[in-house]
Design a protein around this ligand. Structure first.
Ligand code: FAQ
Length: 327
């Protein structure tokens, strides 16, 4: 008897979950947003936590290679702009950690995963910033690629993530323009300055097109994410759009894309590119890039050195609360 009751109960639960999944998928198909308190499949929640936390980590690790040039910016104007940009990236990290927390995970746990090397962050931030032109190349290429991806993510199905993307994209557009303006100024400068810009483009081009994720045939998460409209386009589709947009910009300032096989295909209306070194990409995301160890150390140091500020802020907030409750 007990067995039959349990079986009936389980059947009911399965049917209930089937209905919930159906209505969840119908909502997504109709272009409605999923909000934190809505029912969602566990796999959707897990995928969002994975992707959004990697994104949040990328924003704050991305502050490090640029922060490297704040004290050496070539003028007060450049320094003020770079400071603002790096602060914006910290802000993006904060919006994103807040957005991930709506899925029932605490940022302390996510940061612990980052600091212990368990969590991924964007491959691109494991390359060094060797000259001032690298700051131009990051704004132009890295923010350019990030926007290409994120404007699509802003149409995605999870409300808190898609809304965070709207503001982030506006700020990334400013970052992108300041980077291009640095490159344009250098490209119009002395022959040494132009060479410095070309050298930065040579080093950042391939990592920038790789940061949009592995080719579609090597991307295990894309199908599910696209079915649930978390990702609106595949990695290769976004890469193609980024390349199509960036080549004319390089030509306009007289720089050369370091890909001898790159050519415009009249039939498709797109540029075709040379072979991407996916071995390098997978090696970097495994932790073997030129700066992985340094980025992790710097992030851990920043966390440790900033602890007293967080402790003081929490103590102050607790004191205010107690005073309010007592009055
Ligand atoms: N780096 O199945 P897929 C920025 C991993 S923000 C490291 O294709 P998915 C702003 C992937 O996690 C830049 N790992 O994965 C800024 C997965 O591993 P897992 C960050 C990568 O999720 C500018 C495995 O490979 N933007 O730049 C990378 O469908 C300047 C298989 O890959 C975002 O995070 C990579 N590049 O597609 C800040 C946007 N690519 O987790 C400062 C949101 C892939 O299964 C200064 N994220 N992997 O172990 C996304 O759109 C997606 O997650 C992709 C990857 C497109 C990055």
């Amino acid at each position: 008897m007990t067995f039959i009751i349990i079986k009936l109960h389980l059947n009911n639960l399965i049917m209930e979950e089937g209905k919930q999944l159906e209505s969840f998928e119908a909502k997504i198909a109709a272009g409605h947003k999923i909000e934190p308190k809505d029912w969602m499949p566990e796999a959707y929640r897990k995928q969002l936590i994975r992707m959004m936390s990697q994104h949040a980590h990328s924003e704050i690790v991305g502050m490090l290679p640029e922060g490297n040039w704040i004290t050496r910016a070539p003028s007060l104007r450049r320094k003020a702009i770079l400071l603002a940009k790096v602060q914006d990236e910290a802000g993006h990290g904060l919006y994103l950690y807040s957005a991930v927390e709506t899925l029932g995970v605490d940022r302390t746990e996510l940061l612990h995963q980052l600091h212990t090397g368990k969590a991924k962050y964007s491959s691109i931030f494991n390359y060094p910033t060797l000259t001032w032109a690298d700051i131009g190349a990051i704004g132009w290429l890295v923010d350019g690629a990030a926007i290409m991806n994120q404007t699509a993510l802003a149409r995605g199905s999870y409300g808190p993530y898609s809304r965070a993307m709207v503001r982030i994209c506006k700020e990334e557009s400013f970052h992108n323009r300041q980077g291009y303006e640095i490159m344009m100024t250098l490209a119009k400068g002395t022959s040494e300055q132009k060479q410095m810009a070309q050298d930065a483009l040579n080093r950042w081009w391939w990592p920038s097109i790789m940061m949009l994720g592995p080719s579609d045939d090597q991307s295990p998460n894309s199908d599910q994410l696209m079915r649930w409209k978390v990702k609106m386009e595949s990695n290769d589709a976004i890469r193609e759009r980024f390349i199509d947009r960036t080549i004319p910009q390089a030509e306009f300032i007289g720089l050369t894309i370091p890909d001898k096989d790159m050519k415009f295909d009249e039939k498709t209306g797109h540029y075709s590119h040379g072979k991407i070194n996916w071995d390098e990409f997978f090696d970097v995301i495994k932790g073997n890039g030129p700066c992985n160890a340094k980025r992790l150390k710097d992030r851990n140091d920043a966390d440790k050195n900033g602890r007293w500020v967080r402790d003081a802020a929490i103590a102050y907030a607790e004191k205010q609360l107690k005073e309010k409750q007592a009055s």
